[in-house]
Design a protein around this ligand. Structure first.
Ligand code: PRP
Ligand code: URA
Length: 209
């Protein structure tokens, strides 16, 4: 069964409070999402494999650890996932970036895929799929289906805020994909918005309505 990790680091929780606040403007919202994505990336990369490397320090020869060259891919779910990419690249700048375009039909709440472009060698890559919101779970489930259909075997899903309904649906659909969230909220409202949530993540990031 998938593991669900809630990152309750004080810095993440502090920044998330201002992300949620409706009085936080677009510029600050973007900066905060970027910062939280970096902090989450630090936690999510904790298990990356290492290998030994021989080096010369100014004092002597030494054996020290470097990342084992695992190929990484970051895949934002468009649009709102884009807001988390730079924050992750701050820590893993060599990662390749794919994109999956999905929107949630406002009537049915079902995801509609309109774009996909992934790095080559999908089956050899370790993917971090990102979206700020896991509401009904439909978008994250469909994006993970798409990644797997193209050969991805190693996926982690990272989001800022999740509803219990979305966590349940996602972990049932993809029990092999671990989920990393900054906050697990109370519920969904009748329109499928997370309560208390942060509103519409895409609109707040890009200043649209
Ligand atoms: C939002 C959000 C997720 C999705 C979550 O995207 O960024 O992708 O809703 O909802 P779900 O778990 O019920 O599928 P939205 O459809 O608003 O598209 P946008 O990012 O283009 O604004
Ligand atoms: N998508 C959002 O952007 N916000 C929600 O609360 C739910 C889905």
């Amino acid at each position: 069964m998938a593991k669900v990790h809630v990152f309750d680091h004080p810095l993440i929780q502090h920044k998330l409070t201002y992300i949620r606040d409706k009085n936080t403007g677009t510029k600050e919202f973007r900066e905060l999402v970027d910062e939280v994505a970096t902090l989450m990336a630090y936690e999510i990369t904790r298990e990356l494999p290492l290998m030994e490397k021989e080096i010369d320090t100014p004092v002597c020869k030494a054996t020290s650890n470097v990342l084992a060259g695992k190929k990484l891919g970051i895949v934002p779910i468009l649009r709102a996932g884009i807001g988390m990419v730079e924050g992750i690249l701050n820590l893993i700048p060599a990662a390749k970036v794919g994109h999956i375009g999905l929107y949630r039909d406002p009537e049915t709440l079902l995801p509609v895929e309109y774009y996909i472009k992934l790095p080559s060698d999908v089956s050899e890559r370790h993917f971090i799929l990102v979206d700020p919101m896991l509401a009904t779970g439909g978008s994250a489930i469909a994006a993970t289906d798409s990644l797997k259909k193209r050969g991805a075997k190693n996926i982690q899903f990272m989001c800022l805020i999740a509803a219990p309904e979305g966590v349940k649906a996602f972990t049932e659909a993809h029990p092999d994909v671990d989920v990393y969230i900054a906050a697990l909220d109370e519920k969904l409202d009748e329109k499928g918005y997370i309560v208390p949530g942060l509103g519409d993540a895409g609109d707040r990031l890009f200043g649209t309505k």
